[in-house]
Design a protein around this ligand. Structure first.
Ligand code: SAM
Length: 229
């Protein structure tokens, strides 16, 4: 089935609003319904990609709560919190660690318009002490009730939508692809439009073909592959 031009326009419109400078780092969050709900919120807000440090040997899995959002927001897996925190800092991110302590500041008093990574902790234990020591700022969503904490996916959504609100108010939400690194834009669009062809190209070690203005592949592909487009 050829990609319909309308579908291609929609993919482009969504990618044009993605923000590479807003992300989440999940430390040992591994319940499929939480990971799924978090990626769904990332997609809704316009996060380009998310990160997870899982328990050894655990692979992130999703359920129908995700509504397919794992296709649109890759969850990058890392073996070690300190390493990914270092990488994000090198890329200019300010890391906000969620922490239910008196030292944490109310998230609404922070400025999330710059490169921002929210660091969320495990369902049971919260953030590890090592990670808490490495983040730039501890933040909390103030609670009014009897229960001490929110579900981690709810906390993530609350923070992401506050970041989006601040960026909208400051006129900083991308609309024309400027939030995606220019050198990655075409590849991401191709992967969204033709995931199977993209996987085949990667397996062959060859670059993705160009797309024309209507999103059609402007190159001859093996017949078996064309049938799957
Ligand atoms: N007993 C854990 C603790 O003391 O951190 C509770 C973990 S909570 C269920 C799971 C994660 O959700 C937390 O690590 C944090 O990332 C996020 N979270 C939950 N409630 C929050 C709140 N009020 N403010 C900020 N983050 C919160």
């Amino acid at each position: 089935m050829p990609l319909l031009p309308r579908r291609f326009e929609r993919l482009k419109a969504v990618l044009n609003r993605r923000m590479a400078d807003l992300t989440v780092l999940l430390e040992q969050v591994d319940k499929p319904h939480n990971l799924s709900a978090i990626l769904r919120s990332c997609d809704a807000v316009g996060v380009l990609e998310a990160h997870v440090v899982s328990l050894k040997g655990r692979q992130a899995t999703f359920n129908k709560t995700a509504q397919g959002s794992q296709k649109w927001v890759p969850l990058r897996a890392h073996g070690d919190s300190a390493a990914v925190i270092g990488q994000l800092k090198d890329r200019g991110f300010r890391l906000y660690g969620t922490h239910l302590s008196a030292q944490a500041v109310d998230y609404r008093s922070c400025d999330f318009t710059g490169p921002t990574a929210f660091v969320l902790g495990a369902e049971k234990w919260g953030l590890s002490p090592q990670t808490t020591a490495l983040v730039d700022q501890a933040i909390v969503i103030p609670m009014q009730g009897m229960v001490q904490s929110l579900n981690v996916s709810v906390a993530t959504a609350t923070l992401l939508f506050e970041a989006l609100r601040q960026r909208q108010a400051a006129g900083l939400v991308p609309s024309d692809g400027e939030g995606v690194p220019a050198e990655r834009y075409d590849d991401i669009l191709f992967e969204w439009a033709y995931p199977q062809v993209a996987a085949w190209c990667r397996s062959q070690g060859r670059p993705y073909p160009d797309l024309n203005d209507e999103g059609a592949i402007s190159e001859d592909l093996p017949r078996s592959l064309r049938l799957r487009c």
